[in-house]
Design a binder for this molecule. Structure first.
Ligand SMILES: *Cc1c(COP(=O)(O)O)cnc(C)c1O
Length: 230
């Protein structure tokens, strides 16, 4: 099966999953995670209707964005301070902000480039030590910090589910969704102009469940780009 066919298959499955969850297909972005493939496969995905791609290394983000500047490019990887200036303004959305000190640096880089950088904050809902992300307890402080920075637009939350049984995965997705509701109440108490409209959750193995818990961005790599994925 070609990349184009696999992309179309995932897109059709996503439409079905949205229907079964009572959601509109336009409400869930299928982010094609192209981190393991080259521009030829990106082009194949574009031919099948893909317009949003995820990358986890700054160099690859910059290279592929330059090759396809009309498409949307998201950064989903580990953020290093010294690379923030390369990511800001190139990524339409940064999913993986997980250190307080990076907020001010992203804000400064955005100001220098004359852009307002859209970000998501990564939350370690499952509490696994191996996972990056803020704890739920840290999140009010993180939102407060974002509210004070003019060149950052906090748009929502991101998480990675554990590689575990269905219950643990659903607990993670449900946990992110209820954390969003709590933070939305906190934001409105403070009168801040922040809307946590995006929930980035779900990958090749688990995205169908995420759709039922309100995911607005599913990040799908192998199911689109890996021939061996079933
Ligand atoms: C690689 C990656 C994905 C895609 O994972 P697949 O299992 O290939 O779908 C999604 N999110 C993040 C943060 C990733 O690094």
């Amino acid at each position: 099966m070609s990349t184009a066919t696999r992309y179309q298959r995932v897109r059709a499955q996503l439409d079905e999953e949205c229907a079964s969850a009572g959601r509109s297909p336009e409400d869930v972005l299928l982010l094609a995670v192209s981190k393991t493939v080259d521009v030829d496969e990106v082009e194949n995905a574009i031919s099948a209707g893909a317009h949003a791609f995820g990358e986890n290394r700054p160099d690859e983000l910059v290279r592929k964005q330059a090759a396809f500047p009309d498409e949307h490019w998201h950064f989903i990887g580990n953020i290093q301070s010294r690379r923030i200036k390369d990511i800001v303004g190139v990524a339409d959305l940064i999913h993986s902000v997980c250190k307080l000190e990076h907020l001010a640096k992203i804000d400064a880089a955005a100001k220098a480039k004359g852009v307002r950088q859209a970000i998501l904050v990564e939350v370690n809902v499952s509490g696994e030590e191996s996972k990056s992300g803020f704890s739920a307890e840290q999140m009010p402080q993180v939102v407060r910090a974002c509210a004070a920075l003019d060149n950052i637009e906090l748009k929502g939350l991101m998480t990675m589910a554990p590689r575990a049984d269905a219950d643990a995965i659903e607990e993670t997705f449900g946990g992110l969704s209820s954390l969003r509701d709590q933070l939305t109440a906190f934001i409105s108490e403070n009168g801040w102009d922040i809307s946590l409209s995006e929930l980035s959750m779900g990958m090749s193995e688990d995205w169908p469940r995420a759709v039922h818990y309100g995911s607005t961005i599913v990040r799908v790599g192998r199911a689109i780009f890996d021939e061996a994925f079933e």
